[in-house]
Ligand binder design. Structure first.
Ligand code: F6R
Length: 615
């Protein structure tokens, strides 16, 4: 987590750094800081506990001049959120300033050695050890900054994206990456931008270089980008074109990114399917399936690895692949899988699902699967992120940048992508009849219009939300394809309103959670008309019999459940396997409106960060 930004060129660095930090605030918002070198070669560092707006207020009337600078927004790992622990960290002599995203695992050993040699530390972070170590190496070996960084990184164990300023070289930033993302933007005049992802860079240039693990880059204004590794071997920068419009990075009139992203979903899913589903010719084509057809259709087993919301999408993927392709599927938390010594066969296909493409545990699961010889396939949103680069092939979900910390459009994008992939493989494996395949393609293509209808429930949900703000606990129930929807609905509520919520398979409720039900416990049931409809009605009866208050998501026109439930939310009908796409919408809206009613900062929920780059 943590967001880092840098600039060197001829423009005012401060404004670029602050607008960059605002775009990266989703990565953490415990504290923020900037460092700039002014024309007198003074290194000015300002940092404060809190959000980027607090930093801006703190910098008011201070010297923020200079055309070179670095900045950081922190998600605390080592050391409480405070201005002392905020980045940039400054070296003992005051010559160097450093920002870091990641974790230095051997920092205690390094710190003790430096303290023995007389270096004084100002913070309790793991990150400060980097700047003190680099300066110590510079001074004791008379090395320049790049050389000292190369020596230091040989001693460091852990994950890092770092950027360093040297007061004595006010035209150069040295940066490096190992297991934490870093992107360099190439300006027109050999000026350089630097950030944890491309969003702070997109408004200035569309030419970027994604650093690979082990890369060290020297960004010197007016000079060509220099890239080496720790052993000083030259690395060839691969310049990529990015395609992110500014509109995608702004709130567009919505009070929160989360609401904007909920409402964007019909368009996002059209983008996700564009060029891939062709209703006229009744075909889905995914280039990854064309290129790796044999590997994919002959999979002995699919193992899905993911975290959080992406894991919920994986649970829906499991049902799709099993029922349509008849391939056995396991869905694993990446964080468990990576440490479990799992059995992986060379003819397994491992599908890694991730919005950010940077989740540390998912990356480690990919590494493990690749080493075991499995074929690794990525389902990712962030273009050029580590996961698409470290998998053999994959599919982008193409829903555009997701900025709200609680994932919404990425979830429906992932489920849509998994639906297309399952249908594609089912067609190749001939595991479903042609008529069924055609009906499903047609229905999937019509989902964006149905989402538009589902979004019309917004007003009703906004009115219902205040009823639930008192709740301490909520239960979400669903069965079959709707069970992961219940899990996801509960996660959304927990994340942004801080109300405890549990998702449960509706029939399992009587094996424990039923004990919790009373008139104080709101129960949300996904009860759309499908194979298990009658069973879910029985589950609703069980809740009612214990005084529980039921809000049911039903298929439009349903008359039976409206007699049983306290509140019903009607949704357009669709095939059972696509119901999660539609049923997720009111649950996202419900979490959103409850959180707003409770006065919570929906886009910046406490303790969370969007990109979880530490394990
Ligand atoms: C929940 C949420 C998280 C992420 C999880 C994985 O709203 O956003 O649970 O789903 O941290 O992140 P990615 O998908 O980026 O790997």
């Amino acid at each position: 987590m943590c967001g880092i930004v840098g600039y060197v060129g001829k423009k005012n660095a401060y404004s670029i750094l602050i607008s960059g930090l605002k775009r990266l605030e989703y990565r953490g918002y415990d504290s923020a800081g900037v460092a700039m070198i002014n024309v007198q070669s003074e290194l000015n560092i300002y940092k404060t506990k809190g959000k980027v707006d607090d930093l801006v207020a703190f910098c008011d009337e201070k010297d923020t001049t200079g055309t070179i600078g670095i900045a950081h927004t922190r998600w605390a790992t080592h050391g409480e959120p405070s201005s002392k622990n905020a980045h940039p960290h400054v070296s003992a002599s005051g010559r160097l300033a450093l920002i870091h995203n990641g974790i230095i695992e051997n920092y205690i050993t390094l710190k003790e050695k430096l303290i023995d040699r007389g270096v004084q530390f100002r913070s309790v972070t793991d990150s400060e050890v980097l700047v003190q170590l680099i300066e110590y190496i510079m001074q004791s070996n008379e090395l320049d900054l790049l050389e000292a960084v190369q020596v230091a990184l040989h001693q460091v164990i852990g994950a890092y994206a770092i950027a360093i300023l040297d007061r004595e070289h006010p035209d150069t930033i040295v940066c490096a990456r190992q297991s934490s993302p870093l992107v360099v933007g190439l300006g027109k005049d050999h000026d350089y931008y630097l950030a944890s992802d491309a969003s702070p860079i997109a408004e200035y240039t569309d030419k970027v270089v994604y650093l690979n693990d082990g890369d060290i880059a020297v960004l010197q204004y007016g000079k060509t980008l220099k890239m080496v590794n720790k052993d000083n071997e030259t690395q060839q920068p691969k310049v990529k074109q990015i395609d992110v419009s500014l509109g995608q990075l702004e709130k567009g009139g919505y009070p929160y990114f989360m609401l904007k992203e909920i409402f964007e979903q019909p368009e996002c899913l059209r983008d996700c399917m564009r060029g891939r589903i062709n209703v006229e010719s009744n075909r889905i084509s995914l280039s990854a399936v064309i290129d790796y057809r044999e590997k994919l259709i002959n999979a002995r087993r699919i193992i899905i690895v993911a975290c959080g919301t992406s894991w919920h999408a994986g649970l829906i993927g499991k049902q799709l692949f099993e029922s349509l392709c008849r391939i056995p599927v396991e869905v694993e938390y990446a964080s468990e899988f990576r440490y479990r010594n799992p059995v992986i066969f060379p003819d397994d296909v491992v599908i890694a699902i991730s919005q950010s493409g940077e989740t540390a545990d998912t990356l480690a699961a990919i590494e493990l699967a690749s080493k075991s010889g499995a074929f690794v396939f990525g389902v990712c949103n962030a273009i050029g992120a580590s996961i698409p680069r470290q998998t053999q092939t994959g599919v982008y979900i193409h829903v555009g940048p997701e900025i709200g910390v609680a994932s919404t459009k990425a979830f429906t994008g992932q489920v849509t992508t998994l639906s297309m992939l399952a249908l594609c493989l089912a067609q190749e494996r001939k595991s479903i009849p042609a008529a069924m395949y055609q009906e499903m393609i047609k229905e999937l293509a019509s989902i964006p219009e149905k989402l538009e209808l589902a979004l019309r429930t917004n007003k009703q949900i906004e009115q219902l939300a205040p009823i639930f703000t008192y709740a301490k606990n909520c239960l979400y129930l669903g069965r079959g394809y709707n069970y992961p929807v219940a899990l996801e609905g509960a996660l959304k509520l927990k994340e942004i309103s801080y109300i405890h919520a549990e998702g449960y398979p509706a029939a399992e409720m009587k094996h424990g959670p039923i004990a919790l039900i009373d008139s104080e416990m709101p129960v949300f049931v996904i009860a759309t008309r499908d194979r298990l409809y009658d069973k879910v009605i029985s589950n609703i009866q069980e809740v009612r019999a214990r005084g529980g208050r039921v809000t049911a998501l039903v298929t439009e026109g349903d008359e039976q459940i409206s007699k049983l439930a306290d509140y019903v939310i009607e949704l357009p009908d669709t095939l059972e396997c696509f119901q999660p796409l539609i049923a997720s919408i009111p649950l996202q809206l419900l979490a959103y409106h409850i959180a707003v009613c409770k006065g919570k900062d929906v886009d910046r929920p406490r303790n969370l960060a969007k990109s979880v780059t530490v394990e």
